[in-house]
Each structure stands twice: as C-alpha cells, then as structure tokens.
Design a protein around this ligand. Structure first.
Ligand code: PRX
Length: 656
C-alpha cells in the first residue's frame, strides 16, 4: 500500500463561491477595454503571436535604438527586445515633460502629517541631481547600490537615479535588520549605500542609519560611500570619508543629467525575496522587458487615466513597490500617492482619512491589511467620505471571500471593481488578474491570465488537468517582465524554477491552484504548504477562508502536523474578532463549521487561539514557524523576517 503522505495525487478543492460581480456598466463604458470581445481578441493575439502583441505595446515606450528581435528564448534564458536600447528613467520622466511637466508625479504624506508634492518637472530635476551625485561618487553602469530608506519621495528619486546612470539598485525594506543588510551587501557586491537617519513608524524612529553602521562594522571596506537623507533629524554618527548628507550632496548638483542609452537586457535591479525559508534569493530584473511588463499591466489592470490619484500602499522595499509605486505608474505618467507610516497612526482611520483628503481614486493593497481593518471595526471607514474611489485592488496572498466582500462593500461602496492580482517577485508584474472593465469577478479568485500569459494547472507529470482539479500552477511561455536569473547563482535559478517541468519549458510558480469551469484560477497556497490528510491533498487557503467566514474569526492560519494515522492532521491558529472570547465551545463550533463548508476531511483536529499570527514584514503568514510550533518542535531557522518576535514566544507559551 502506498504511503498516503507521499502518494502523488491532485490537490482537492471544494470551496464553493457562487457570487459573481460583473463590471459596473458605467465603469465599463469609460474603460480602456470595456467589451469582453475586444479583450478576447487581444488576449488571443497576445498568446498566439506574442511578438506582434508585445512589439505594439513596446512601441508606446521610448527607445533610442530599435530592437531586431522581440524574443530570443534559449530556455530557461530569455532576452527581450534584442538589440534595443532605452533609458528606463527617461521613460518614466523625460518622456512626459512636454505634456505633464506641471502634473504631480508624487504626492507624499509623512506619518507625522508633513507632506510634499513633486511635479514631473521637479521629480525629473531631483533625479538628475542625484544621478549626478552618484556619478561623482564613481558609480558606473552595472555597479550595485543598496537603497535602505523610508517610504519617502527620495526612495523613488534614488531608484530612478540609479536607473538613469545604469547602476543596479537593490532596495532593502526599512524593516529589515543589520544582519539582513550584511547578507545582501555580501551577496550583491554593492559598493555604495543610500539610507536615512531614520523613518517614522507608529510615532517612533526606525533607526536606519544605525542599522547600516552595524552592518558595515566588520565589513572589509568594500562599501566606499554612504549617503544619508535627513528625515527624522535624530542624532546619527557620520563616519568621515565615508558618510555624507543627501542635502549637502544635492545642493550643488546640476539638475541636468543626460539620459544614456542602455541595452534592453541591462540589469535594472536585484530584489531579495524575504522568503519564508532559506537564504534570500537575489531576483534579477532587466530593463526593457520589465519596464514594458509593468507599464502595460498598470495601464490595463488599473485602467489608468490622467486624472487618477493612484495609491499602491506597498513599501518600495517589495516588488509591489518597485512595479506599482514607481516604474509602472510613472511610465504611464500617473499621479502616485505615497504614505510613509503605519495605518493606525495616529488612529485606525488614517488610510480612510488619506483617501478622503487626497481624493484618491485607486487603492491597491494587501489582504492582510484588509483583515486588520475588519478587526479594528467598520466605524473607521464609515466616518469618511470614500466616494472618490473608483477601483480597488489586492495582491500578496489569496484573499478570503469574506475580506473581499468587506472591501467591496465598506471601502468600495459596492461600486468599485476589485482587481485581485496574482503575481510574484519573480514575475515582475501582474500575471493572473481581472481587467476591471471586462472581467466579471468572483470573491477569492484572481480570475484569468493577463495578456501574453499562458498559465495552466498541471499534475506532477506536467499534464494539464481538467476544470476544478487541483494541481501545480505553471507558466508555459516566457513573458517580458520575467526574472532573468538569481543574482550570482544561475544553477539555483534553473533548479528553483525550471527543474520541476523544465523539459517542457514550463516555469514552476511554486503555487497550488485549480481552474474552475469558467477558466478562473483559484490559488490554494504554496505547494510546500499543501497538507496531506489521509491521502487527500488540501490547500491551506480554503480551510483558512472557511474559518474566516465564521463571524467570530478575524484571521486564521492552517498548517499540518504529523499524524500516525492520517499522515498529517490539520491545526488551525485562529485570532478572534473584537468582542469575541476564545473557548472550547467556539473551537468545537469552528471545527464543525469547516466540516460543513468544505467537508469532514478538512475539519481541523486542533484549533489554537492566539492574539496574533507570525507574519513576515510583507504580511505573509510564516507557516514554517507555525508548523514547528504545531508539532511541538523547537523553532529553528531564520526568524529575522518575522515582524514581531514577541508573537513567537506567545505562540510557544500557548502550548502549555
Ligand atoms: O503564493 C502567491 C502569493 O504570493 C506569492 C508571491 O509572493 P511575492 O514574491 O512576495 O510577491 C508578492 C507580491 C506580488 C505567490 O506565489 N500571491 C501573490 N498574489 C496573490 C497570491 N496568492 C493568491 N492571490 C493573489 N492575488
């Protein structure tokens, strides 16, 4: 008899969601793409003749030398727009100056309530100044520069200044520690750092410069300079000969810096994925294809128009901040809103206050934030005028239908389409997503593939499975904004993404999913997290969604623990909503509730109530830690990405 825990089998999926929300007629009437037939024709073209589709889109960007070939695919290595040359920063700035010089490019608000607006003309001048500063420091094309900054306009300025001179930026999220900086410095071989004295978070100063100093303490001097932005005005030691102030450096710099041309495949940035396991991977993105992917998806998925005030709430330290705070929207000439601080400072209605005051029209955020807002209470958004909003979006993890409905009703007033966008640091841009003027949405699914994306669900042998059968999510054709490699580790690139189905030339996403009868993709979680209960493979997100649909539950994380009989048992970590009290009765009710909504096989063996769940700083639940806690093992491995270490101690204590 085969071992139920190892027998290959398709992932079972039984979450039923029957609500469908067609695009509102008035939205569709004004949308760039408002007729399903137009979308179908364009999608067909994009996958059957990607060269034609992408060449047409790419022609909307500014190239200084034409490409000879759209795609050279030497699996698994892609080159897009071979021979083409461009400057990514010029595409985000200079290209707009004639028509949009006085249009706000960035409207920023700091946590303490200070603010700043930079027009395209002003942003262009700042970027040129900083590009000149970097050049004067000896930074040459291909050199790596670490950016470790708060969410301030200068973060975008520094990214674009690197792009302008062909330097490769590696942004490190401001919440990471000195050790994380040290690892990334060593791996990237960066020789320059741009940081700030601090950043504001919940009224406290995040000690950015102090972390950089600690990271450089025993370094071998590979870092030749550190430029420090003065943000919080706390006292910071400056190392003579190495550290200088941003304001001193830029004061004398010229606001003109000619945009040089770079090859389409010139590296643009390295972004380390925080990953819930193992050594961080330096995901490498290059210029032409990445810019095109983010430009094109921003245009279609957010149906962007010139008068939008667009807010993507992500930090620039994540791929979402790269693609949808900086490159995608600025390449479209959009007005980008940025907010530095925490959503509950000074009060839990900060975001709704920002939307009301700045008349924000598009809000793109993460399910984890939405669930926090649900927990804090409906009175916070209810006290604000959110009528400026016309479109909402989510990214980062499967959104449970409960949170989707709340976002739709309480924030979108029932009138705004929601684009649930599935993608990854590796994919660079949106891959599976609704287009708001044409795609009927269903709560909990990212719906259909974006232009040029050939996504499929396959079994362990790589054969496509039928409707509603769970399997592995793969991408069968290359796309412009795909990662090109893992920095300094080509073998790991090939092994991680191309070994599972490499002989077929499929990219393996690492996600489990199913496709419903309408062709919509439902992500059920990372394959590594799939449970195997008595020979049934169950994704974690459906069980979590079922739990969160119970009125008492705020958030849930499900993991497996070894079980002699079933292979794995189901353990659910649950936080309750305000006003609810954990009890044995509630635990029993929740088990029953999951059994009734999904089936007896998914019924949790254990419910563990907790005050909070361990999350990475980007809001992803750290299931590896929970697995270890659930099975009573000591917690091993890297916990530096954990947002609040105190949670771990509490979880362990709750076992006793
Ligand atoms: O598991 C999927 C989940 O997040 C993973 C990618 O994480 P990261 O590289 O940090 O990028 C996050 C921002 C793009 C995916 O493999 N994920 C992301 N978006 C969704 C999602 N799962 C379901 N639905 C989504 N919309």
């Amino acid at each position: 008899m085969s071992n139920p825990a190892t027998a290959p089998q398709n992932i079972e999926s039984s979450l039923v969601e029957n609500r469908v929300f067609p695009p509102p007629a008035d939205f569709a009437a004004k949308a760039r793409l408002g007729h399903p037939a137009d979308f179908d024709a364009l999608y067909k073209l994009s996958v059957e003749h990607p060269d034609v589709f992408w060449a047409k889109e790419a022609a909307e960007l500014q190239w200084t030398a034409p490409w000879s070939t759209v795609l050279e695919w030497n699996a698994p290595f892609a080159k897009w727009f071979v021979g083409g040359q461009l400057n990514v920063a010029a595409n985000c700035l200079d290209r707009h100056l004639d028509a949009r010089r006085d249009k706000p490019a960035i409207i920023w608000e700091g946590e303490p309530g200070d603010g700043r607006t930079l027009t395209y003309g002003e942003l262009h001048a700042e970027v040129c100044r900083f590009a000149n500063v970097l050049k004067s420091k000896g930074i040459a094309p291909g050199d790596r520069v670490i950016l470790y900054l708060p969410l301030v306009p200068e973060a975008a300025v520094a990214m674009l200044a690197c792009a302008r001179i062909g330097a490769v930026h590696s942004v490190i999220f401001g919440g990471f520690s000195a050790d994380s900086i040290k690892d990334r410095l060593a791996d990237s071989g960066a020789k320059f750092i741009v940081t700030a004295d601090g950043g504001w978070r919940r009224g406290k100063v995040v000690p950015l410069k102090a972390n950089v100093d600690a990271a450089l303490k025993d370094s071998n001097g590979a870092v030749t300079g550190v430029i420090v932005l003065q943000r919080t005005k706390n006292e910071v030691p400056m190392t003579a000969g190495r550290d200088t102030w941003w304001h001193d450096e830029t004061a004398a710099a010229s606001p003109d810096a000619p945009a040089e041309s770079f090859d389409s495949e010139h590296p643009l940035f390295i972004l380390y994925t925080s990953g819930s396991t193992g050594k961080p991977k330096g995901i490498l993105h290059t210029s032409g294809g990445y810019l095109l992917g983010t430009y094109c998806s921003t245009k279609y998925v957010f149906d962007l128009r010139d008068d939008d005030i667009y807010w993507c709430t992500a930090d620039v330290g994540w791929i979402t901040g790269h693609s949808y705070v900086v490159y995608g929207p600025l390449a479209n000439g959009a007005t980008v809103f940025m907010y530095e601080g925490a959503p509950d400072t000074p009060a839990p209605d900060r975001w709704w206050d920002l939307i009301e005051r700045h008349r924000i029209t598009i809000c793109y955020t993460a399910p984890t934030a939405i669930r926090a807002f649900i927990k804090w209470g409906d009175q916070h958004p209810a006290g604000h005028d959110l009528s400026s909003l016309r479109l909402l979006g989510t990214v980062g993890e499967p959104i449970n239908p409960e949170a989707w409905m709340w976002f739709h009703e309480k924030i979108g007033g029932g009138r705004c389409p929601i684009v649930d966008t599935w993608w990854q640091t590796e994919t660079g841009g949106h891959m599976i997503t609704p287009l708001p003027g044409v795609t009927p949405t269903k709560p909990g699914t990212a719906t259909r593939p974006f232009f040029g994306v050939d996504a499929a669900i396959v079994d362990d042998a790589g054969a496509e499975v039928g409707p509603n059968v769970g399997g592995k999510l793969v991408i069968r054709k290359p796309w412009p904004s795909m990662l090109r490699s893992i920095w300094g580790d080509e073998d790991r690139y090939v092994k991680t993404y191309w070994s599972e189905f490499g002989e077929k030339g499929y990219y393996f996403t690492g996600d489990g999913a199913r496709r419903d009868a309408d062709g919509y993709f439902w992500i059920v979680g990372r394959i590594d997290d799939v449970l195997n209960v008595a020979g049934h493979r169950l994704g974690t997100s459906e069980i979590e969604s079922a739990l969160v649909a119970h009125p008492a539950v705020a958030e849930a994380a499900v993991v497996g623990k070894p079980d002699e009989i079933k292979g794995q048992g189901v353990v659910a970590f649950v936080t309750v909503k305000g006003g609810q009290t954990p009890s044995k009765e509630l635990a029993d009710a929740l088990k029953k509730h999951v059994g009734a909504s999904i089936g007896a096989i998914a019924r949790p063996d254990e419910i563990r109530f907790t005050d909070a769940l361990p999350k990475t700083r980007s809001g992803k639940i750290m299931r590896r830690l929970l697995k270890e806690v659930a099975s009573g093992q000591a917690v091993t491995g890297d916990t530096t990405t954990l947002e609040d270490l105190g949670i771990l101690a509490k979880l362990q204590a709750s076992e006793d």
